[in-house]
Design a protein around this ligand. Structure first.
Ligand SMILES: Cc1cc2nc3c(=O)[nH]c(=O)nc-3n(C[C@H](O)[C@H](O)[C@H](O)COP(=O)(O)O)c2cc1C
Length: 210
């Protein structure tokens, strides 16, 4: 697929056929992540390819538990409705043939640490020293989404399930300084007529300074 065709036609897919993606394709997709840019080339990521349905079920149940715990703390009808919607928005990964967990290993920046010691306001520091590690994870995830699409697969970048990130660490037996930062279910799209949501026009998002 041509590069711009890949970009123009990629869209989030939330329902997949049960067919197992080929291992050669999965490797190509992870390789696209491996080659992404990362801040100071730290490559502080790992990509766990989960084929095991029991593990996926455990992860799904931990997300539901996390939302239920939240509801116990804030038991209000409209919130409960919202949470029920969020439960399905956060757990459909269990129906994908493959689930990729993107794992970030924590790293610190000297400059940020020094600025914290100098009492720079956290609200300002957030923009002066953005979380470059998190941005790197995003680059890898987008590379994977595009590679998967170019190979005929659908994905959905998922952050909502991270409400259960502590449970994920234990289920996936991660090291202490590593955590799941996103999930990417992967599979052949169940249908081929899913619609893309409306995107802002180029005019709305682009500004030229002459
Ligand atoms: C950082 C990030 C987190 C997301 N988390 C979720 C999620 O937890 N569940 C979900 O169904 N979609 C999630 N999405 C998918 C977005 O809803 C989707 O990208 C957006 O609606 C635009 O649609 P498109 O990807 O088809 O262009 C996430 C996307 C991004 C970039």
């Amino acid at each position: 697929m041509d590069f711009f065709e890949t970009i123009n036609t990629r869209k989030t897919i939330r329902k997949y056929k049960p067919d197992m993606p080929h291992m050669e394709d999965i490797k190509k997709i992870i390789n696209a992540a491996r080659l992404a840019p990362s801040a100071t080339n730290s490559q502080n990521w790992q990509f766990i390819v989960i084929k095991n349905k029991n593990i996926m079920e455990k992860m799904k149940n931990s997300v539901i538990d996390a939302y239920d715990n939240l509801l116990k703390l804030y038991d209000e009808p409209s919130f409960s409705e919202q949470i029920n919607h969020y439960k399905s928005y956060s757990t459909f990964f269990v129906n994908a043939p493959i689930l990729i967990a993107i794992v970030e290993t924590e790293r610190t920046s000297n400059i940020t640490e020094i600025m914290k010691k100098l009492n720079f306001e956290p609200d300002k520091l957030k923009y002066m020293r953005p979380d470059s590690s998190l941005l790197s994870m995003g680059a890898a995830i987008e590379n994977m989404s595009l590679a998967a699409h170019a190979l005929g697969y659908g994905t959905c970048w998922m952050a909502a399930p991270l409400i259960a990130t502590e449970a994920f660490s234990s289920i996936l037996q991660l090291e202490k300084n590593s955590h799941v930062i996103s999930l990417l279910p992967l599979g052949i799209p169940y249908r081929d007529d899913y619609q893309s949501p409306q995107k802002k026009s180029l005019q709305e998002v682009m500004r030229i300074i002459d």
